[in-house]
Design a protein around this ligand. Structure first.
Ligand code: SF4
Ligand code: SF4
Length: 392
């Protein structure tokens, strides 16, 4: 019977999408895969290339560094924004920099993550189109050629890239793939985020007449590497398709966590990129409906990762080993529909039996509702009213 409800819901949603009357939460801004470059086979290969890079991140990064540095470019490793700022201060001093040219700061998550605007303001560095030094965000690093992918740069920015004396690039450690042939696929998939079709792209291999510095920034991303089931979240392209169809995210909107990271994948990554204490709750801001996975071009298993993340958080939540064993027994008991339709007294007895008194001191036992779902459902369908809608 539940399946019938679900099928009817999906049918009405699909009909609304076809008629164009669907709420925004059911619509993508444009064709999710706009070009023949992105056919199923190519996407499968791209996904495994990204995945391979994350699984062998240390090797990929050192291969990249070797290639990039061989062209007289310099790499700075930064574990967090303090490292970035310390080295940047030295660079500004070394080159006697008074002004910096920044691309559109509000469009760049990396610049916002670092708070680069405030750093430059504190250093009394002027922002100018003709700045002595130019900053870029590298959207991808290619370890085979030691080159950088730059998307959506203005003509002026690109012109100055080869003529300007000092260029500083910023990339995060997860933006790496082993082969520069993936540049076009990456560009096409991430164009969705810009909302204006294809974006300009340049694969930058260095320029002999410039000083090129690259900051490779961790900022806690390596925290995710320790969890085998969660580290694939680092392959996310940040294309934004999933945010456009996620019912939760569409309801709570834009930057709900007071953080530059938002959207379905932030549900997985935020507790590790920030602190578990402050962001544990975001792992629960998900109904596990799976819409995000349907539109994800690289088929990230978002739901599985969210469930895994909840388990990891629970396992580190001050619950001791014995209680975890007991909780597993309770989970088994509570997934038995027959048992859950039984008497509340019996169910409570099972909870009390399995949970230690220490656990009960620090956790509330949630009371069972007086009537089970099955009983309520039967009652409503028998009296011909149908099941009430939420909030009625
Ligand atoms: S599974 Fe979760 S994150 Fe994905 S669309 Fe549904 S509610 Fe959003
Ligand atoms: S999870 Fe998939 S759809 Fe969502 S931003 Fe990442 S790559 Fe895009």
């Amino acid at each position: 019977m539940e399946n019938e409800f679900y099928t009817a819901f999906l049918e009405s949603a699909e009909k609304a999408i076809a008629e164009g009357s669907a709420p925004r939460s059911f619509q993508l801004k444009n064709d999710p895969l706009p070009d023949s470059v992105c056919n199923g086979h190519t996407l499968d290969r791209f996904r495994s290339a990204l995945s391979k890079s994350i699984e062998n991140l240390d090797e990929e990064l050192s291969r990249f560094e070797k290639m990039f540095s061989s062209k007289h470019n310099a790499v700075f490793w930064a574990s967090d924004y303090n490292d970035v700022f310390e080295s940047l201060k030295k660079l500004l001093k070394l080159h006697k920099i008074k002004s910096v040219r920044l691309p559109n700061i509000n469009a760049s998550t990396v610049f916002r993550e670092l708070g680069i605007k405030y750093f430059l303001r504190d250093q009394k560095i002027e922002l100018s189109d003709e700045g002595d030094m130019q900053f870029f965000v590298a959207d991808m690093m290619f370890s085979d050629t030691g080159s950088l992918l730059l998307l959506n740069q203005t003509n002026k920015g690109l012109e100055r890239l080869t003529n300007n004396k000092i260029n500083v690039f910023f990339a995060t450690i997860d933006c790496i793939v082993g082969n520069s042939d993936w540049a076009e696929v990456f560009q096409q998939l991430t164009s969705y985020n810009t909302g204006c079709g294809s974006q300009d792209m340049l694969v930058f291999r260095g320029s002999a007449n410039c000083n090129n510095y690259l900051f490779i920034i961790d900022n806690q991303r390596t925290n995710l590497l320790q969890f085998k089931d969660l580290r694939q979240s680092l392959t996310c392209l940040n294309c934004g398709r999933c945010s456009d169809v996620c019912p939760v995210y569409q309801t709570i909107g834009d930057e709900p966590y007071n953080n530059v990271f938002a959207g379905p994948v932030a549900n997985i990554t935020l507790p590790y990129l920030e602190t578990v204490e402050s962001y544990r709750h975001v792992a629960y801001a998900c109904t596990l409906c799976g819409r995000c996975e349907e539109v994800c071009p690289i088929s990230l298993p978002v739901r599985d990762m969210i469930v895994d993340s909840r388990q990891v958080l629970l396992a580190n939540d001050g619950v001791d080993k014995n209680d975890r064993r007991r909780l597993a027994a309770i989970r088994k008991f509570s997934s038995n529909r027959k048992k859950m339709n039984g008497y509340n007294l019996l169910k409570r007895h099972v909870l009390l039996k399995y949970l230690s008194s220490d656990y009960r001191k620090s956790h509330h036992l949630i009371p069972f509702s007086k009537e089970t779902f099955n009983k309520s459902y039967k009652k409503f369908t028998e009296n011909g009213k149908g099941f009430p809608e939420a909030g009625v």
